[in-house]
Design a binder for this molecule. Sequence first.
Ligand code: MSP
Length: 511
Amino acid sequence: MESYYVTTPIYYVNDEPHLGHIYTTIAADVLARYQRMAGRDVFFLTGVDEHGQKVQQAAEGRGIKPIELADQVVERYQSLWPELSISHSDFIRTSSERHQKGVQAMWKRLESAGAIYKDFYEDWYCVPCETYWKETQLKEAECWDDKQCPDCKRTVEKVQEESYFFRLSDYQEQLLAHIHAHPDFIGPASRRNEVLSFIESGLHDLSISRTTFSWGVPVPGDKKHVIYVWIDALTNYLSALGFPDPAVPKHWPADIHLIGKDILRFHAIYWPCMLMAADLPLPKRIFAHGWWTVEGEKMSKSKGNALRPTELLEAYDADVIRYFLLREVPFGHDGDFSFAAMKQRYNTDLANDVGNLLNRSLAMLNKYRDGILCEAGAEQEMDRALIADVQAMQRDVAEHMETPAFHLALERISLVVRHGNRYVEDSAPWALAKAGDDDRLNSVLYHLVETLRLVALQLLPFMPSKMRAMLKQIHGDIELGELSFGAQGGWGLLKAGHQCEKPQPLFPRME
Ligand code: MSP
C-alpha cells in the first residue's frame, strides 16, 4: 500500500489551544481521512513542543516544573482532539525519551558530517518570539534605537554566549537547486518565492545550542549546552517514526508538512538543510497556510482575545467548525473569523443546499416509493449531465486535495449539490407522480439518491460524523464499515429494491 505521511506543527505548551492550532490540525485530519479513503497507508502526526526558555519561564512564573506545565497543556490537547474528530496516528511529545534519542542521533549525524562547530555569538534575543536578531536586522527594521523585536515590538535582550553552530550557509546552493528542481516543494507559490529571495539574500550559519537555560535536550558529550529549540522541534517529524532505528523509517519522507506562514523559514530552509547535511531524504512538500484574525482583530495573549475551541464547540457541531474553517478562506490566505459569517455559511451551504437536497430527495422517495429504490428507466440527457458532473467532481476534488486547496474542493462539491437541487426542479418528481409516469419518476429518484451518496462520500473527510449519518440514511440496512473511494465511489452501487431510511434533518436552519 502506498504510504502517505502528513504532519502538523508541534504546538508550544506555554499557551492553551486556540483557533490557529485547531485550523492546521483539522486541515491535516481532512488530508489524512481523504488519503485513507483513497487507499493510502496513512500516518498522521501531531504533538507538542515542550522545550525552551519560554516554557521554562512560564513554569517558573507559576512556581511549577516545566514538565508539570507541559503535562497540563498536553492534557488539554489530548482531550480536545477527539472532540474535533481528529484521527491522528501518533502524538509526539518533545520531552519523551524516544524524541530525545532521535534529536541526539540527528545531532551526531550532523556532527559527523562536519556540519557543526563551536564558536561565540553576540546577538539580540526576543524571548516571546524565540528569535535571535542581528544588529543589522534591528537597524534595518528601525528597531535599533529602542532595542525592539522587529516582529512583536517587545524589548530584545543582548546575549553573548558560547554556542554550537550549524553550517547552514554551506547548503545554500544545494537548497536552491532542490527548490528549483522541485516546483512543488513549497506551497503556495507566493511562499516559495519568499523563501527563494530569502535564500538568495544569503544564509548565515545558525546557532543551535544554548547555555542560558536547561529545559531542553542536552548536547551529546557537552552537558553545559542544550540543543536549541528548532533543531529539537523539527526532528519530531522523524523521531515519531522511530528514527534513528532505522535512519530512514517507514513513512519517511513526509508527503506534506502543514504549517502556518510564520514558521515557513524554519521548515523550508533550516529543516531541509539539516536533512541534506544528515544525508536524509527531504519532505515532498511544505505548505504554509495563512493566519486568522477574529472579528477583525489579531488574536493576542495580551488582549486575551484568542478564540478558544471550547467557545466554538459550544456554538457549533465539530463538523460544522471543520467545514467552515476550510470553506471560508482559501487555504494559504489570511482570513477573518466571525460568528456571523459562520452562521451565514451554515445556513446557505449546509442547511439550504446539502440538507435540503437530502431531505427533499428522501422525503419524495418515501412518499412515492416507501423508501425503496426502483430500476432506473431509460437515461435522458439531464441524467447523463448529472452523472458526468458527479464524476468530474470526484476527479477535481482529488486534484484540489493535492495542492491542498480545500476551499476549491468544497466549492466543487457544492456545485454538484446545486446541480442536484436544480435537477429536482427541472424534473419535477411531484408532476411525474401526478401524471403516473412511473418509469421516469423511478429514474429521477434513483439519480438523486446516487448523487447524494457520492456527495456524502466526498464530504466525509471534512464532516465525518454528519456525513456518516447522511450515508446511514441512504444506505439503510447496508453495514457502513470502512468506506473508500475505491469500493464505494462508483456510480450505481445501490441496486433496485434497496431501502433508504426516512430523512432526518442533519443541518436544521439557524434563525
Ligand atoms: N512550536 C512551534 C512549531 C514547531 S514545528 C516543528 C510553534 N508553535 S505554536 O504553538 O506557536 O504555533 C503552531 C502553529 O499555530 C503555527 O503553524 C502557527 O502558524 C499557528 N497559528 C498561531 N496563530 C495562528 C492564527 N492566528 N491563525 C492561524 N494559524 C496560527 O510555532
